[in-house]
Each structure stands twice: as structure tokens, then as C-alpha cells.
Design a protein around this ligand. Structure first.
Ligand code: SF4
Length: 447
């Protein structure tokens, strides 16, 4: 059960030393209670208090890592019901199902679809994150053969082994030992044996029951068998049931601190009709699914689902931004033009896209303005003559270019005097106000 701010305060040192960054222990306690601070910020807290508070301040949805290495996916750790309260923490994983009854060619094509699913959207790499190997045949040998193929062809892709048979689980899971696989299909009837197989291969357990009462009883049982890492499924398959069950699970974990349901949720969205499948998968993305299993990975569906996920899991209070640095567009030389803009993602992608359209290699200086667009950054005092001059001096671009000419956006023409004053030896040229005029501007410049 979560502790109140006052209960937490009673366990703190009460010296008001401010080392945690808060003016008093009480202020820190209040932030801890709201999950807006972590206990490790106080260096003087006693071991006893750590024990009590550690349990109470653990995230209500247990953190789980699915897979290993660069393609590992973190899930859980969510602390709120609504995105406007606080950013959702870990984006859901999309997982493509491969059934062990499918033809070899289909299995190969599905593995390729996962490996080739990656796209770059506004600076983020998005992909189908994993593969779910389903034991539809009931034959452990067949499941093991598909598992071996996946392990050989896509060794870095996180895997779910989906079976209720401990023998089939062993045949498949042995190919993913220590690789953060999930063994899904643990039920009331097979829990003991499946827990043993999962522990032997260091796998997370996927617990499956009909209804939330049975599910919470089962997670407690599995925990009693020495398995801490679980993903859970209360049996919902229809869209309305998924919405209701996912919401009840998240509510129980966050509002009631009900540990038995405090695990990431797995949703199965597979449908014959691809459009309907995309809709159900989208529901899982919007409403608390941590893993969403789909039956196919067509590019149109991937794009729609990736875009939805990316938007649900961005922080609505923080604009999307790119890294501050000097970007090379094309293969610029020492004579190539140097253009400056701000680090709002959309601004960067529009400006860099128009420079590419011009087919004129250029240097694009992107300045950190906390993700604001040019005019907003200027109005907020973040894109000023003095700041631009400092950025250019410190960026190292003076060693890359032989000229000393900086092209600024037309909307901030007013800054040209200050920049020339602060940036000795440089000439400022006012570029177009709108990005779509950049190609003509650049072509004329280098003509
Ligand atoms: S660091 Fe610890 S003791 Fe110091 S003010 Fe913060 S909570 Fe209190």
C-alpha cells in the first residue's frame, strides 16, 4: 500500500539538510508520495527506512525488460492513468505472431518482415519489436524447429514462446536462454512446471487466466514459486473487453497499489481482417497494453501503429526536438553555405528536407532552443543574436568552413545586426522566411 507524505516524512532523517534538492524533508516526502522524486536523492536515509520506503516507492507497474542487447524493450514502470498527468514511461512493444503450423516460406517471410520493419520517423527508430512463436500444432518438436529458425535468422529479436506445454516450452526456450524471452501460457494447471522451465532459461513468465480475480490469484501463486517478472493476460480478446480489462488492471495497480495486478499487460489483437486488427492493436496502444501481438506486419499497418505509439508516448509538455549540432546535408565542403535554425523536430526536418531538395550540399547549424520553432524561440529569448553568436563560436564550424557567412531565417532578419556585432569577422545573410523558398535561394547563391 502506498504511504502518505506524512508517513514517509516520519521515516526521513528530519535534518532539512537540502542535499536532496528540496528545502525540507517534508517537501521531499510529499514529492516521494506523488512519485515525483526517488528515495536515492536523500543520502542520509537509514537502512530500515530504505526497506520500508523502497517497497512503498516501487513503481506500481513492475519494470520488465523484454529481450536483451540493443533491441531489448523496457516495459512497465507506469505511474499514471492519463497522459495529461505525466508522460507514459515505456512505449508498448509490437510483436508479430508466427504459428508453428505455418509453411516454411511464411515463417521466413514473417521473420524478414520483422527484420525489415524499422523506419526512422522524426529522428526515432521504430520497428516491430519482437516475435511470438505460437504452438498451434501442440507438437513440441514443431515449436522447437520454428524457434531454432527464429534464433538463427533473427538472433537479436526479442521472443515470446507461446505454449501451455512445459515440454514444448523447453524445446523452444532452450534457443533463447538468458536472452530475456517471455514464456507465455502459464496457467493455474501448469504453473509449477512452467515456472521451472522459465527459471531455467531466465525467461519472464506470461500468466494467463480468465478474468481478473483468477489472474490476480495466479500471479500471487507464480510469485510464490519464485518468479518475480511477469506479464499478464486476463483473457480479454474482444475490443470492448480489452478496453475494460486493461483499464481495470491499470486502475487497480495505480490507484489501489494492488501488487497482484501490477505487471505489464499483453494483448492479442490478431484478426482475419487487417483493418480491424489495426484498430484493436491501436486500442491496446492507447489503453495500457505493454505488448500488442499482431498477425501480420504490412507496411501500411506498421506506419499507422508506429505513429500512434510514438504520439501516445511523447511528453505532451515537451516539444519534440533534435540534438544541437552542425548537420551535414549532402557532402558539404569548406565553401558550402552555412544555415542556422532551431532544434524543433518539425523545423529541422522541413529545413533539412528543403536543402536536400535544392541538391546543394550545405552545413545546417541546429541550435538548442528547447524544441521551439524559430519565431517562438526568438519571442521567448532563446534564439537571440548573442546566443547564436556563442553557439557558432563553440560549435567548431569555423574549422570546417573557409568562409564566414551565416544564413539566418528570414523571420528573424532583425537579429542580423546583433549577430555581426557579437560574431566578429562574420557576415550575416537573411534567408527566406518560408522553408519552401530555400531551394531557389540556395541554387541562386551557388550559381
Ligand atoms: S537530503 Fe534527506 S535529510 Fe536532507 S532534506 Fe532531503 S530528505 Fe531531509
Amino acid at each position: 500500500m502506498a504511504l502518505s507524505g506524512v508517513e514517509i516524512f516520519k521515516l526521513l532523517p528530519k535534518t532539512n539538510c537540502k542535499k536532496c534538492g528540496f528545502p525540507t524533508c517534508l517537501a521531499f516526502a510529499m514529492k516521494l508520495a506523488q512519485r515525483q522524486a526517488t528515495l536515492d536523492a536523500c543520502p542520509d536515509v537509514s537502512e530500515e527506512a530504505k526497506k520500508v520506503l523502497g517497497e512503498a516507492s516501487a513503481p506500481p507497474v513492475r519494470p520488465i525488460t523484454f529481450g536483451s542487447g540493443e533491441k531489448a524493450v523496457k516495459m512497465g514502470e507506469e505511474t499514471v492513468l492519463f497522459r495529461h498527468e505525466k508522460k507514459f514511461v515505456n512505449p508498448n512493444a509490437f510483436v508479430l505472431e508466427i504459428r508453428d503450423t505455418e509453411e516454411d516460406a511464411t515463417v521466413e517471410a514473417k521473420i524478414d518482415a520483422v527484420l525489415n520493419s524499422e523506419i526512422n520517423r522524426v529522428g526515432q527508430l521504430l520497428r516491430i519489436d519482437g516475435i511470438c512463436i505460437t504452438n498451434e500444432s501442440g507438437d513440441g518438436g514443431k515449436l522447437g524447429a520454428v524457434a531454432e529458425k527464429v534464433a538463427t535468422k533473427a538472433p537479436e529479436v526479442p521472443v515470446i514462446v507461446n505454449t501451455e506445454s512445459p515440454e514444448a516450452a523447453e524445446a523452444a526456450l532452450k534457443h533463447f536462454t538468458g536472452k530475456g524471452a517471455i514464456l507465455y501460457g502459464v496457467t493455474e494447471g501448469n504453473a509449477e512446471k512452467m515456472a521451472e522451465v522459465a527459471k531455467a532459461h531466465k525467461a519472464t513468465v506470461g500468466v494467463k487466466a480468465e478474468g481478473l480475480e483468477a489472474l490476480s490469484a495466479l500471479t500471487e501463486k507464480v510469485k510464490g514459486l519464485g518468479v518475480e517478472d511477469m506479464v499478464i493476460d486476463g483473457g480479454a480478446r474482444r475490443a470492448g473487453e480489452i478496453l475494460e480489462q486493461n483499464t481495470l488492471i491499470r486502475r487497480a495497480a495505480i490507484k489501489k497499489s494492488f501488487k497482484a495486478l501490477g505487471y505489464p499487460v499483453i494483448n492479442f489483437a490478431q484478426r482475419e481482417d487487417g483493418m480491424y486488427e489495426a484498430l484493436v492493436a491501436g486500442l491496446g496502444v492507447c489503453k495500457y497494453g505493454s505488448i500488442v501481438v499482431v498477425s501480420s506486419a504490412e507496411k501500411w499497418k506498421n506506419l499507422a501503429l508506429f505513429t500512434l505509439r510514438q504520439n501516445i508516448y511523447t511528453d505532451p509538455q515537451v516539444p519534440m526536438q533534435v540534438e544541437q549540432k552542425i548537420y551535414r546535408i549532402g557532402e558539404p565542403t569548406a565553401d558550402s553555405p552555412l544555415i542556422i535554425t532551431t532544434n524543433f523536430s518539425l523545423t529541422y526536418f522541413i529545413v533539412s528536407g528543403e536543402i536536400e531538395n535544392a541538391k546543394v550540399p550545405a552545413w545546417l547549424a541546429v541550435m538548442d532552443c528547447e524544441g521551439l520553432s524559430v519565431l517562438t524561440a526568438w519571442a521567448a529569448g532563446k534564439f537571440t543574436g548573442a546566443k547564436i553568436a556563442n553557439f557558432i563560436k563553440e560549435s567548431g564550424i569555423e574549422e570546417e568552413v573557409s568562409h564566414r557567412e551565416l544564413i539566418i531565417p528570414g523571420y528573424v532578419a532583425i537579429l542580423s545586426g546583433t549577430i555581426e556585432e557579437k560574431l566578429e569577422g562574420w557576415k550575416v545573410t537573411v534567408g527566406p522566411r518560408e522553408a519552401n523558398a530555400i531551394p531557389n535561394f540556395l541554387k541562386q547563391k551557388v550559381a
